[in-house]
Design a protein around this ligand. Sequence first.
Ligand code: NAD
Ligand code: UGA
Length: 457
Amino acid sequence: MYSKRISCIGAGYVGGPTMAVIAAKCPQYKVNVVDVSEARIKAWQTDTLPIYEPGLLEVVQAARGRNLFFSTDIRTAIRESEIIFVSVNTPTKTFGEGEGKAADLQYWEKVAREIRRESESPKIVIEKSTLPVKTAQTMENILNSNGKKVQFEVISNPEFLAEGTAIKDLLNPDRVLIGSRETPEGLKARQEIVDIYANWVPKERILTSNIWSSELSKLVANAFLAQRISSINSISALCEKTDASVQEVANAVGMDTRIGSQFLKASVGFGGSCFKKDILNLVYICESYGLHDVAHYWDAVLRMNEYQESRFVKTVIREMFNTIVGKRIALFGFAFKANTSDTRETPAIYIAKKLLEEKAEVVITDPKALENARLDLAGSTGELDFVSDPYDAALGAHAVAVMTEWNLYSSLDWEKIYKSMEKPAFVFDGRNILDHARLHKIGFNVYPLGRPPLKHF
Ligand code: NAD
Ligand code: UGA
């Protein structure tokens, strides 16, 4: 009854939304999403999904039970599908050789072995996870040591969705990239994957390439995006010294169509599960090929991000008269960006910990990420509180520091907040989303990013 049977191993931020969109757009395919985590799979089977992503529930509801299924039965999923996407996590290694730099491929390799063990018929295995260039070679080596003569074709199809806009990005991608071996079998498998996306993506946006270009393009795309943020953040420091406004500079620079206007928002630093890990990975690969100058160049993007985070904390301490001991500081937002509950590598973790080290009383508020914030700061000592209402968080606070660009924060009643705070009241806007002149008029001492502060003393 189904024309293709597809499975996806790994039901996380990528596997879940990607497969939900494929299933919703292609009712003729059966899509089975599997994971080792029972809790995650159970959540996918209910309307309380394991991740928050605008529009995701509607897409899941459109296909779930019809041609979209969530299960922990990985063996059956492998056996009954011709096409297997693998979107397990590939974090940075925290031990041994390459610690803190190389990708930890243990989950990936485990899946490869499981596919080899369970397969009785030919499979197309798709790298959906972000992987070091040349991983497909390893994958092929593992899969083909099977003695069963089952044919496997490995395809690279990296995912470019951004959290918070995942559904929009999947429905209307800038491009879909599909890399394969350029053998007759490889090209045939590549075409099968092109055919899936061609159900809703215009043909000219489906790019095909050799497999190594595809693997490398994913790392490079993330490195370029992160590089733009580090570039504008470096300029924000210079703007603060020269009375220039980083927003005006970004606007003037970004209107050059050769440069473009996106990803030029100065911030407290970029976060998220991938930018740091993928650049570390790129750096590690360059080093392993002896390309030390290239490695050094990309590593600077990460160092600039750390500088921006630490610069933010130093500003808070310096401007609050060089001591924040016992002062209540409300962090508005904890997610690494708006419209997600994800807090992986959020700058807010670093900042909260540093403020606690300085013996401040830290109060965290966020519309979606409080639960994750609690887990992230579980081992921290000091005065720490989690409050869902931003007005309650600011009550009696000496300062508010905006960590996440949630729309909600710009539409708050800031007069009410000002009245409820200790004086002098400070606002440190780590996302430049507030009306700084208005806040200053209300009475706040305001510290935007990349602009001179607006103070009353
Ligand atoms: P995630 O941690 O949310 O999901 C990974 C899932 O894989 C988890 O649910 C985990 O339980 C499962 N898993 C691990 N080992 C398994 C095994 N042996 N068998 C079955 N399931 C297993 O990660 P994610 O954010 O979805 O990222 C997955 C990959 O996609 C990473 O390589 C990441 O770099 C890449 N990526 C992520 C994003 C993003 O926005 N999060 C975007 C593009 C690419
Ligand atoms: C990023 C890429 O945008 C996706 O294309 C990619 O698929 C994904 O990584 C991945 O491989 O995981 P994501 O991390 O979800 O997506 O979110 P982004 O919108 O890229 O934001 C990353 C970080 O940069 C956030 O902390 C965000 O606040 C920050 N940022 C972004 C800025 O500080 N300034 C900007 O102008 C843009």
